[in-house]
Design a protein around this ligand. Structure first.
Ligand code: ADP
Length: 497
């Protein structure tokens, strides 16, 4: 019993990570490897799926070695992954027929605007919960089938497989025995009806995607297949017992199993996800409706909103203005400063998302007076992360009709204590920061453990979640309201007509 471990594989956009978790839910080792990004044209982003797989093999081997355990002691594997990125491979040879098209890639923008598709935006939204956009897998598959010679005919004959990265990893780990995906990943393809939990024939027809290429869809907490002998140095027969897209895995890893629980990941951007339980809510303000999981991996609904530039504004201070040496210096640099003296920084470098949806907006620093200095600008940059989070958080609150009492945080920038306290103040909401900020990997590992029977769902998991610190709101309402009103005035100035 003691020698039972879980392998979590976290396949991200820039690198792959493997973690070994023990029965107490602790990480005992991890390994990370980056892989190349390809930019064949402006706005296009590709990965080589074979390179992704090799990076996964390496990190799995390295994490096992670092944990000083035998691979036989691994009782289950959990997979979490960059979502929407699209791979099409040959069922017989397992060779991808094209580079993977990454979620960031905008090559199918004109397809989404075409008369064949645009009129169906409402239908797509109703069925899939998503906005018609190149971000999602649907048009990316169509593009590959249109641009690789003979691909569409071969797809119809069942000779090709489509998958998001989770499916590709399941396929490789099982030696081609299993072509499967989970509901959270399926809900990002723009082909999956999240009301009926099945692929939608009407949308498949619209996008000219033959059903024969699609993976089988399972609940996130199912057995997706078992390892083939020798793959990534693993013995045969280890079950892949959990699969979730990265944001949904983070939600799970934060223990957000109930309707009304919400998390925010503070990375390059911010990703807020709210569990809405059995209720499918359609946003009026461009938030996405998507599938997440309860403690047993069964589907629940969620609302998702993103902030494009969050930690990235701190990188900008570091790399372009060169006023700090590393991101963590943003906290020490402003020690003792009580406010920004009216300075606001709107980091609309790539336009603004919800609730503004203005792609023409551009960044600005305003409210400068003779006494303003670089420390005020640094503080204003940190505050902008909190204000943008509030913009989305308020929408989540409004559209779900829930009074959100606690925000669970993770991601690189959540280590910043100033930012977390300011966030609690501006939201007027408690902030909970867990000990493990690797929520994504933790989610995949914990659900795999539940499926494998190591833990009995919520009651056991709750004992494993450890809180590092709670930030309580303490700012007087009048001050908070005045600060936020100032932010909204600043945002108005950044919106170009
Ligand atoms: P991603 O997964 O998007 O690459 P991470 O979760 O690794 O992001 O977080 C990295 C981001 O967090 C960077 O943008 C960095 O500037 C920011 N960051 C890291 N530490 C801090 C800190 N102490 N204060 C503010 N921002 C930070």
């Amino acid at each position: 019993m003691k020698n039972q471990y879980i392998l979590a594989l976290d396949q991200g956009t820039t690198g792959s990570r493997a973690f070994i978790f023990d029965r107490r839910g602790q990480i005992i080792s991890s390994s990370y490897q980056e892989f190349p990004q390809y930019y064949p044209q402006p706005g296009w982003v590709e990965h080589d799926a074979e390179e992704i797989w090799r990076s996964c093999e390496n990190v799995v081997k390295n994490a096992i070695r670092a944990a000083k355990i035998s691979p036989q002691m691994i009782v289950a594997i959990g997979i979490t992954n960059q979502r929407e990125t699209t791979v099409v491979w040959d069922r017989r040879t397992s060779r991808p027929i094209h580079r993977a098209i990454v979620w960031q890639c905008r090559r199918t923008a004109s397809m989404c605007q075409s008369p064949g598709l645009k009129p169906y935006a409402g239908l797509i939204r109703k069925k899939t919960g998503l906005v018609l956009d190149p971000y999602f897998s649907g048009t990316k598959i169509q593009w590959i089938l249109d641009h690789v010679r003979g691909a569409r005919v071969r797809a119809q004959k069942g000779e090709l497989c489509f998958g998001t990265i989770d499916s590709w990893l399941i396929w490789k780990l099982t030696g081609g025995q299993s072509h499967a995906t989970d509901m959270t990943n399926a809900s990002r393809t723009m082909l999956f009806d999240i009301r009926k939990f099945q692929w939608d024939e009407e949308i498949l027809k619209l996008l000219k995607v033959p059903a024969a290429v699609l993976p089988q869809v399972r609940h996130s907490g199912s057995v997706f297949g078992k390892t083939a002998a020798g793959v990534a140095g693993l013995p045969s027969g280890i079950p892949i017992a959990a699969v979730m897209g990265d944001q949904q895995a983070a939600l799970y890893g934060q223990g957000c199993f109930e309707a009304g629980s919400v998390k925010n990941t503070y990375g390059t951007g911010c990703f807020l996800v709210l569990n809405t339980g059995q209720k499918l809510i359609y946003s009026q303000n461009g938030l996405l409706s998507t599938l997440a999981c309860d403690d047993r991996g069964q589907p629940v609904y969620a609302l998702e909103g993103a902030v494009f530039i969050a930690g990235a504004v701190i990188q900008w201070l570091r790399d372009e203005l060169k006023v700090i040496q590393k991101s963590a210096d943003s906290e020490s640099a402003i020690k003792g400063l009580s406010d920004t003296q009216g300075v606001y920084f709107v980091p609309a470098f790539t336009g603004l998302g919800a609730p503004y949806w203005n792609s023409q907006a551009r960044g600005l620093i305003c409210g400068l007076t003779r006494g303003a200095n670089v420390r005020h600008i640094i503080r204003a940059a940190l505050e902008s992360i909190a204000y943008q989070t509030k913009d989305v958080f308020s929408l989540l609150q409004k559209e779900s009709g829930k009074n959100l009492r606690q925000l669970n945080v993770d991601g690189g920038a959540c280590k910043n204590n100033f930012l977390m306290q300011f966030q609690a103040d501006i939201l007027d909401c408690r902030i909970r920061r867990p000990k493990t900020v690797e929520s994504t990997a933790q989610g995949a590992a914990f659900l795999a453990g539940v499926t494998a029977g190591l833990w009995q769902g919520k009651s056991d998991l709750q004992k494993l979640f450890e809180t590092e610190r709670v930030f309580h709101p303490s700012m007087p309402a009048a001050k908070k309201n005045a600060l936020y009103a100032g932010w909204q005035r600043a945002v108005k100035k950044s919106l170009l007509p």
